[in-house]
Design a protein around this ligand. Structure first.
Ligand code: BG6
Length: 478
């Protein structure tokens, strides 16, 4: 038996994102969104980084989000499967362009609103708490075209209008909200994180931090609106978490690890504490960044901090000041990590470090003293059905077991954790690679990287395992 106890009412469940599951990319009045321009294959990388050849899908390219796993038409049966596992919560995101197809309409698209109404009703039927992200890697493409997306202040007001609209509409149905998914992704994959596009010669950092300022103000305004419209709701900010280890105890490596951590903490420092951190001033000066702000921004940021910190955790990261080490051992992680010889790695080169999960959770709680909600954690792996069509995903069970156990230890360390929604309850399109074969689910979806397959759902071995974890409130992880 475990030597930790998960609190009563702990929100066990799974996490999804509209752009990776829904499909139906132009159905129900939905407008084109940034992820609809991210092709599968080698061209995806430059697009995610902001080098976007066209603001319309191109002939001859395959765009995995257009159909995804067609959750738009399967949500009832998929939710029934989640309910069978005993989910207490499901994290979803609302596709902004289903509600405001161009992002600029005054009146929302009723068909889009009705889709999420029906989805939330389905969750309620199964006693599942919705956890809803307002922006998970999507911006209506029209806003990219007209305003350059988050680089423009205009988008703050448009996002606020969207946020208020969904708070009003779903005030009786949704009590857990998240503003921006992995807000720090803006620095690594700026088109994916914030719809930013670049031309040769652009001062990329200036554009990124200006966009970040706009998202931070928009996030605070969303917190304000949420508190006003749904006083009994909680709204969090979210970090793609995973601390940086120094490769050696050379103080220069330690300093570099601190700086790399601060790249990410920067966002949460503002969202959780309500003001720009002291180190930002020097960073801006040394990088020729000068933010255009409005007089009321300081007050907005200070007055409307997040209620909790939502986090994803897949890997820890490692950094070194030694160019030889960096050259020889960079792993596939978007955060540009050096390979850590003490931990295993996944088939995609992501380190597997459950103790790092416990350390990261503690580090974040020490820093912010806000409740934590683990809204993503899981293993992307290739699943191959055996001769009977079954998937014995023991590797996934092992990953999850070790991470849930590490989270239990963090709870014993004294960290208040609201819940755990693993990524992902069902196979879906991978955000970074666009592949289907990078699978995370307890439920297999018959679909391949090229979009072939019946989309039929079937249970993997981990399905019953997770069901038991939930039924025992995390006590039985065997
Ligand atoms: C997070 C994202 O970065 O990690 C998800 O919020 C994403 O959208 C998940 O799917 C796993 O990453 P990937 O690239 O393996 O899908």
């Amino acid at each position: 038996m475990a030597n930790y106890t998960f609190p009563d009412g702990f929100l066990w469940g799974g996490a999804t994102a509209a752009n990776q599951v829904e499909g139906a990319y132009l159905e129900g009045g939905k407008g084109l969104t940034t992820v609809d321009l991210m092709p599968a294959g080698e061209k995806r990388g430059p697009v995610m980084k902001g080098y976007v050849p066209s603001l319309e899908p191109l002939e001859g390219e395959f765009y995995p989000s257009h159909e995804a796993i067609d959750f738009y038409h399967h949500y009832k049966s998929d939710i029934a499967l989640f309910a069978e596992m005993g989910f207490k919560a499901l994290r979803i995101s609302i596709a902004w362009s289903r509600i405001f197809p161009t992002g600029e309409e005054e009146i929302p698209n009723e068909e889009g609103l009705r889709f999420y109404d029906s989805l939330f009703d389905e969750l309620k039927k199964h006693d599942m708490e919705p956890v809803v992200t307002l922006a998970h890697f999507d911006v209506p493409v029209h806003l990219v075209e007209k305003y350059g997306s988050w680089r423009s202040r205009e988008v703050v007001g448009l996002f606020e209008h969207y946020a208020k609209t969904v708070f009003q509409r779903y005030q009786d149905k949704v009590k857990y909200w998240v503003t921006f998914n992995e807000i720090n992704m803006l620095l690594h994959l700026p088109f994916m994180g914030a719809g930013l596009t670049f031309q040769e010669g652009d001062n990329v950092k200036q554009i990124q931090y200006q966009a970040a300022h706009h998202q931070l103000v928009a996030s605070a305004l969303a917190v304000k609106a949420c508190h006003e419209i749904i006083p009994d709701a909680q709204i969090g900010c979210m970090l793609a978490a995973g601390m940086f280890y120094p490769y050696t105890c050379d103080p220069a490596d330690v300093k570099k690890a601190m700086d790399r951590d601060r790249e990410s903490f920067f966002f949460i420092d503002v969202q959780a504490r309500g003001y720009y951190p002291s180190y930002a001033k020097r960073f801006f000066k040394e990088n020729n960044i000068s933010l255009v702000t409005e007089p009321q921004d300081e007050e907005i940021l200070a007055a409307h901090t997040a209620d909790y910190l939502a986090m994803s955790y897949y890997s820890s990261r490692t950094t070194s000041t030694d160019p030889e080490i960096t050259r020889k051992s960079t792993s596939g992680n978007v955060f540009g990590s050096v390979r850590n010889p003490y931990v295993k790695k996944s088939e995609w080169g992501w380190t597997i470090d459950p103790l790092g999960f416990r350390i990261t959770i503690n580090q974040l709680y020490d820093r912010y003293q806000k409740p934590i909600f683990v809204v993503e954690n899981g293993l992307g792996a290739i699943d191959t059905p055996d001769e009977n069509g079954n998937i014995e995903d023991d590797y996934r069970i092992e990953y999850l077991r070790e991470h849930i156990s590490a989270m239990g230890e963090a709870i014993e360390d004294g960290v208040p954790i609201i819940g755990y929604t693993s990524w992902a309850p069902i196979d879906m399109v991978s955000a970074s690679s666009g592949e289907m074969k990078k699978r995370y689910g307890y439920i297999y979806v018959d679909r391949d990287n090229q979009g072939n397959g019946t989309k039929a759902r079937s249970k993997k071995k981990s399905f019953d395992w997770y069901k038991k974890v939930i039924a025992t409130n995390g006590q039985d992880l065997d």
